[in-house]
Design a protein around this ligand. Structure first.
Ligand SMILES: *Cc1c(COP(=O)(O)O)cnc(C)c1O
Length: 395
């Protein structure tokens, strides 16, 4: 048995099989590349499911982690610690001036947001409106919020009080609203749902209706946060500000951290005893996230996301002219989807064989979420591999 086979058989015996894993053992990550145990290099255009947005093992994040690990790894929220306060300020100043609560994942951030909405609004308000095709996490409440029946299978009955409305249908949103609505929760651009953006009119309508009914507007920016779309947060492409916003994935540069930001007024409802997280906001995770924000600014990565994002979209649109199975290309910055007329999994697997990692979601949407440090030359390599695969003929 080689080392890959040994690890796979260890997983078979000791790790629960809830992920369909590819038979590769990854041993190192560096920038836009992964390396497997057989020394093969993989160009990673979907690093860590959008977590490693600065690429793998960004030197500034590694350095911050080394420094912080030597001083204080974890301190619970009984005390104050510097990195947590510093991170909260950096985030607040780059968003709508709110206050932060820290946790460890996207689902937890959304849980916190929903609990806060229940606490902050009148007792009679218990309902949540979310969007069809959305993805908000895998805990019971966030799974219920997720507007995709396939994820609900096996878990019925779910939590009461959730309604799902079609994306960008303002009339449907209006008719779903009642006095019992505590919040509307939406991703500005659906990620798992196939890179589908909310329209400006739709975001305006949510804002107006939430204000009118005394409900909260919650933005799930778990996938769109930290500059991936070319602005710190995707809502900044619109004219609205939310009451609550959640983030995770890219926030810690690979370290597990989630955050919920709420306006000063709304944040007052999260008083001691109502919510908590043991690991939330610990020194190590917050130091990593501070380094992520500094690196994005020092290296001009917001601009890179716009420029390289535009470049990849133009390249993919050119492919659309050549291959009729490509129906469309959509996205913002470095969050790009290619709508196919056929299932995409075979294309994704064949790209990996040739050293390119991309993702397929919703069966027929190829998802590119390159690291924000990606160069045009790396995009060229990715497009070249994809072109080779497409030229071979599609299933
Ligand atoms: C990934 C994701 C989540 C869930 O995050 P976890 O860290 O896996 O709990 C929630 N919302 C969106 C939009 C996501 O992309």
């Amino acid at each position: 048995m080689n080392v890959t086979e040994e690890v796979i058989s260890q997983f078979d015996k000791f790790v629960i099989g809830n992920y369909p894993r590819l038979p590769r053992l990854i041993v190192k990550g560096e920038g836009c590349y992964l390396f497997d145990s057989e020394g093969r290099r993989i160009l990673d255009m979907f690093p860590g499911w959008a977590v490693s947005a600065l690429g793998h093992c960004h030197p500034k994040v590694v350095e911050a982690l080394r420094r912080q690990a030597g001083e204080l790894i974890h301190i619970d929220n009984t005390f104050y610690s510097k990195p947590q306060g510093q991170l909260a300020q950096l985030l607040s100043e780059r968003a709508f001036g709110g206050k932060c609560f820290f946790c460890n994942s996207g689902a937890e951030a959304n849980e916190a947001a929903m609990k806060l909405a229940r606490l902050h609004t009148e007792p009679a308000k218990y309902r949540f409106i979310t969007v069809e095709g959305s993805f908000h996490g895998r805990t019971l409440a966030t799974l219920t919020a997720t507007g995709q029946p396939k994820h609900h299978e096996g878990f019925l009955p779910l939590l009461p009080g959730f309604s799902y409305v079609p994306l960008n249908d303002i009339a449907a949103l209006e008719s779903a609203f009642t006095d019992e609505v505590a919040a509307v929760m939406i991703e500005p651009i659906q990620g798992e749902g196939g890179i589908r953006a909310a329209s400006a009119e739709y975001m305006d309508a949510i804002r107006t209706l939430c204000t009118q009914y005394g409900a909260l507007m919650i933005l799930d920016e778990v996938q769109t946060c930290m500059g991936r779309t070319g602005k710190w947060f995707a809502y900044q492409h619109y004219e609205v500000e939310p009451d609550v916003m959640t983030m995770a994935k890219a926030l810690g540069g690979g370290v597990a951290i989630g955050a919920m930001m709420a306006t000063e007024t709304v944040s007052k409802s999260l008083v001691p005893g109502t919510h908590a997280s043991t690991f939330g906001g610990n020194a190590l995770a917050c130091a990593a996230a501070v380094a992520v924000i500094e690196a994005i600014e020092e290296e001009g990565l917001l601009r890179n996301a716009i420029e390289v994002g535009g470049y990849i979209q133009r390249k993919l649109l050119a492919l659309k002219e050549r291959f009729s199975v490509i129906e469309g290309v959509r996205g913002k910055g470095l969050m790009v989807g290619v709508q196919l007329t056929i299932p995409g999994v075979e294309i994704v697997n064949r790209c990996l064989e040739r050293g390119l990692r991309i993702n397929c979601t919703h069966e027929s949407v190829l998802r590119f979420m390159p690291p924000m440090i990606a160069t045009e030359a790396q995009i060229d390599s990715a497009i070249e591999i994809l072109t080779g695969v497409m030229e071979e003929g599609t299933p």
